[in-house]
Design a protein around this ligand. Structure first.
Ligand code: HEC
Ligand code: HEC
Length: 280
């Protein structure tokens, strides 16, 4: 009788593990969605929150790093209210939200996190060797993520609401329309290597087009070492071989589903021709 129960229990435990193993990997980055142009001047706060949520996994590519893999705080899972409260009370916080409180302080903290990530670095998440002084997160208003001011406001509104405070950002005004008009061009296949690299935000992690990012290795000289096939494999199956000194599970594992062959070829060609030494 006991024996049967033990077996039954083991089966249930096994089932739970299997379920978990199947659920977890799917939490990773979703394919970017198309960002419809917004009609500035007509958006209300509810629309702003929905837009922010979409940008978080889409154009903002925040889920590339903010996920359950431990490379960055898991913003969608953690208790944001408590976390932000702790950051702002931390003696080493010297940013612009000092002296503000409530929703206003959280707005300032979030904006600063996005456009000046090194102003305050969450303990344990700094660039290697920087003693938590330098953040690996790129300024999301600059290339390659290039979010506009209204888009950053939408993300702030979304994260404020997840922290349980009211959204204090301003809604987009009619004059903001142009700023957003030029961002809805990326549904078709990229025509140049630079456009493909921007579309798949390789420069958020690799030092490409002068981004200076170092979450992933420098790619100069990689083509010579890996060859065409090796490069293709490194992009489509990033976890098959891990570059020395870097960690697995950082690079998005689903480029194979998102990229067209033409785009992959452009990128591989570009990497083959990168000058060997310096940054590019
Ligand atoms: C290349 C990886 C990367 C990307 C892409 C990225 N982040 Fe981050 N982010 C980090 C890391 C690492 C930290 C922790 C270090 C720090 O405090 O800067 C962080 C910190 C933050 C924080 C502070 C979190 C806290 O616990 O206090 C916020 C807010 C944030 N990011 C928002 C965003 C948003 C919004 C986006 C998308 C528009 C984004 N990040 C894109 C890596 C990234
Ligand atoms: C979220 C961060 C991130 C993004 C985005 C990213 N990578 Fe990576 N990449 C890494 C990391 C970390 C490694 C090292 C670990 C590994 O080999 O998987 C890596 C490894 C590589 C390698 C192998 C390098 C070597 O020396 O073996 C190549 C090639 C590469 N990436 C190309 C790309 C291209 C092309 C893109 C865009 C289509 C891209 N990566 C997007 C983080 C990223």
């Amino acid at each position: 009788m006991i024996f049967v129960r033990v077996i039954g229990f083991s089966v249930i435990v096994l089932l739970c593990y299997t379920l978990f193993a199947n659920i977890l990997p799917q939490v990773q980055s979703n394919p970017p969605e198309d960002d419809e142009p917004i009609v500035a001047g007509e958006m209300d706060m509810a629309g702003m929150l929905a837009w922010g949520e979409k940008l978080f996994s889409g154009k903002g590519t925040c889920t590339l790093c903010h996920n359950n893999l431990g490379r960055a705080p898991d913003l969608l899972e953690m208790d944001l209210a408590t976390a932000f409260d702790e950051r702002l009370k931390d003696a080493s916080y010297a940013g612009e939200a000092k002296g503000q409180d409530g929703a206003e302080a959280i707005e300032t903290y979030l904006r600063e996190s996005m456009v000046d990530p090194s102003a305050y670095v969450v303990a344990g998440f700094g660039k290697k060797g920087s003693d938590d002084k330098v953040s690996p997160m790129p300024d999301v208003s600059g290339a390659p993520i290039s979010l506009s001011e209204p888009q950053i406001n939408a993300l702030i509104a979304f994260l404020q609401s997840r922290a349980g405070v009211e959204a204090t950002v301003s809604l987009p005004e009619a004059g903001d329309a142009e700023a957003d008009a030029d961002e809805e061009d990326d549904e078709g296949p990229a025509e140049t290597a630079e456009a493909a690299i921007e579309k798949f935000t390789c420069g958020a992690c690799h030092d490409l087009a002068g981004s200076g990012a170092d979450t992933g290795p420098k790619l100069n000289g990689t083509g010579k070492r890996l060859g065409l096939e090796g490069l293709r494999k490194a992009i489509l199956e990033p976890n098959a071989d891990i570059a020395k000194g870097f960690e697995a599970d950082t690079m998005p594992p689903d480029y194979a589903e998102q990229m067209r062959i033409s785009e992959l070829n452009l990128i591989v060609d570009y990497l083959m021709n990168l000058p060997e030494g310096g940054g590019q």
